[in-house]
Ligand binder design. Structure first.
Ligand code: SF4
Ligand code: SF4
Length: 379
């Protein structure tokens, strides 16, 4: 079996035409790049960062397939690690992550294997300063991400209407709360939005990426496209390298993917695909030309107009003072100290990052979400 030279970044490609065979495929993909034992050590808390974009069943190819999650859980356990499965849903509304965990089948497989599920909506976020960020300087990141000894990202092979392609780097976008995501989206254009994605990625770059490409999504990804049987599992210790090869595999030029080129320019991975050692099956065996995504509807607007309109798109938590029992749970769990005493407590919108932790954790259902008119129209 071909082994990678130490100094060269490697990406493994393993043909897998059915989720029934994914255990063998993932095991092979990891063996090719040197094995999981080099990455996960006994006692490590290992966050499996899934793609939990929205509440869609596995056959829609929007979320990481539960079979992939299940296999990686078992492999991490075999290596002596403590797996934790986590994400925050992208289609944000309160309760979205809990719903997506159920519908995607990811919660079921995690619970069957006795593994903790980290719903980022209720785990809390922590303030982080980004060194040398291009678009973001201070963000909030889900605590399970910061607490993990090892992060394994499990992206789905999909197109994206704004970034063209979404893989290992873009998958880390789900680690920040709604207000940070909105701020990034309000940048409006692919190049600057992608730089914001890389800023977020740079906080906690995963030690390993395993890509679910057994069934991918083409066209209007990441949620409105069409499932495609690609039949591939890929793995790499370098997210930039994995994204370069995965985007090439679906017929895109890696130089067109700004999340990849920007991360590479910052030193997070190889500058070109030619610097990557490919292991396993030949890329031509699994190459599939994906239909390219159309442009996101709002992306056609000038950036200044997107920024202006984004001010009118909001979902702000509010406290129903008639129902509030003054228990203090929201104050205790708010990551930004946006809810302040004395009672009756109020929410400081300037400090609130719209993580909805207070909404999720209020034991008396006293917190509701006030949607702006534009939000109601769009929803
Ligand atoms: S958690 Fe709910 S009931 Fe408790 S203080 Fe906050 S709003 Fe009031
Ligand atoms: S007020 Fe609620 S939604 Fe806002 S940051 Fe605090 S916990 Fe999150």
């Amino acid at each position: 079996m071909l082994k990678p030279e130490k100094q060269m970044t490697s990406v493994s490609i393993v043909h897998c035409d059915d989720y029934a065979n994914v255990k063998e495929a993932i095991a092979s993909s990891l063996e090719l790049i040197g094995g999981l034992d080099n990455i996960v050590h006994p006692g490590d808390r290992v966050l499996l960062k899934v793609n939990l974009l929205s509440a869609r069943p596995p056959e829609d190819a929007v979320t990481t397939h539960p079979s992939v999650v299940s296999v990686v859980i078992e492999l991490v356990q075999d290596a002596g690690g403590i797996p934790i499965v986590g994400d925050g849903a992208g289609m944000v509304h309160p309760g979205a992550t809990a719903e997506a965990l159920e519908v995607s089948g990811i919660k079921r497989v995690a619970e069957e294997l006795g593994v903790e599920v980290a719903n980022f909506d209720v785990c809390g976020y922590q303030k982080v300063d980004i060194r040398n960020g291009k678009q973001l300087d201070t963000i909030y990141v889900a605590k399970p991400v910061l607490d993990a000894d090892v992060i394994i990202t499990l992206p789905k092979l999909k197109t994206h209407e704004l970034t063209l392609f979404t893989g290992a780097i873009k998958n880390m976008f789900g680690t920040v709360p709604a207000k940070i995501r909105k701020k990034a989206h309000a940048l409006g254009k692919n190049n600057v939005f992608s730089q914001a994605v890389v800023d977020i990625f740079s906080v906690c770059p995963p030690a390993l990426a395993i890509l679910d490409g057994v069934v991918g999504m083409e066209g209007s990804g990441p949620s409105r496209g069409n499932p495609v049987d690609v039949g591939v599992i890929m793995a790499s210790e370098n997210c930039v390298a994995l994204d370069m090869i995965a985007s090439r595999l679906i017929g895109f030029d890696p130089n067109d993917i700004v999340t990849t080129t920007d991360a590479a320019s910052r030193g997070w991975g190889p500058a070109t695909p030619e610097e990557i050692m490919l292991l396993g099956d030949p890329i031509d065996k699994v190459r599939v030309e994906f239909e390219r995504p159309g442009q996101a509807p709002y992306a056609a607007l000038p950036a200044f107009l997107i920024r202006y309109l984004s001010r009118f798109y909001s979902m702000k938590p509010r406290i129903d003072q008639d129902k509030c029992q003054e228990c203090g749970a929201c104050i205790e769990n708010c990551p930004t100290a946006a809810i302040e005493l004395p009672y009756p407590v109020k929410i400081d919108d300037a400090k609130c990052v719209q993580c909805y932790t207070c909404f999720e954790l209020c034991p008396h259902n006293s917190i509701f979400i006030k949607k702006s008119l534009l939000t109601r129209i769009i929803k």
